[in-house]
Design a protein around this ligand. Structure first.
Ligand SMILES: [Zn+2]
Ligand SMILES: [Zn+2]
Length: 150
């Protein structure tokens, strides 16, 4: 599925946090890891990767999750909706939670990650699948190129 053209807009549950994105997505993922299951209170998380400089956020955010490097998880300070993650060493990308986007249904996961932890009944329409995470930046780059080709 081709995603819509930018800009994109998203909000947390209460509306205190608004997100604006000016660039097209780099990749869409579903992650089945145990951390994501707990962080999202669901079977998997939905993430859309964007260039960091294309994403602006208004409203107050607080850090959640383990509150320790290398993953920094940001939530709305008022309603605690999960907004995005930033990963140490990958500051040029932001992992936005797809569910906060107004157009979330139009960003289906292209790749699923950490299927080693997948709940046996959890199905996503991803065409690429990893038992863990891509191991090299070349592997991730190849995924983003395949995603861009559509
Ligand atoms: Zn909120
Ligand atoms: Zn995960």
């Amino acid at each position: 599925m081709r995603h819509p053209n930018p800009p994109y807009h998203g909000t947390c549950l209460c509306g205190a946090v608004e997100v604006h994105v000016t660039a097209p997505p780099l990749l869409t993922t579903a992650c089945h890891c145990r951390d994501c299951q707990k962080l999202t209170a669901s079977a998997f998380s939905l993430t859309t990767l964007f260039p960091s400089d294309s994403v602006s956020c208004t409203g107050s955010l607080i850090r959640g999750g383990h509150r320790a490097a290398p993953r920094n998880h940001s939530f709305c300070a008022a309603c605690l909706t999960f907004i995005y993650s930033r990963i140490e060493g990958a500051e040029h990308r932001i992992n936005l939670r797809t569910s906060i986007l107004d157009d979330a249904p139009l960003f289906p996961p292209f790749v699923e990650l950490m299927t080693v932890d997948k709940m046996p009944w959890a199905e996503v329409p991803a065409t690429r699948s990893f038992t863990h995470f891509p191991e090299t930046s070349e592997e991730l780059q190849a995924l983003m190129e395949a995603f861009a080709r559509g």
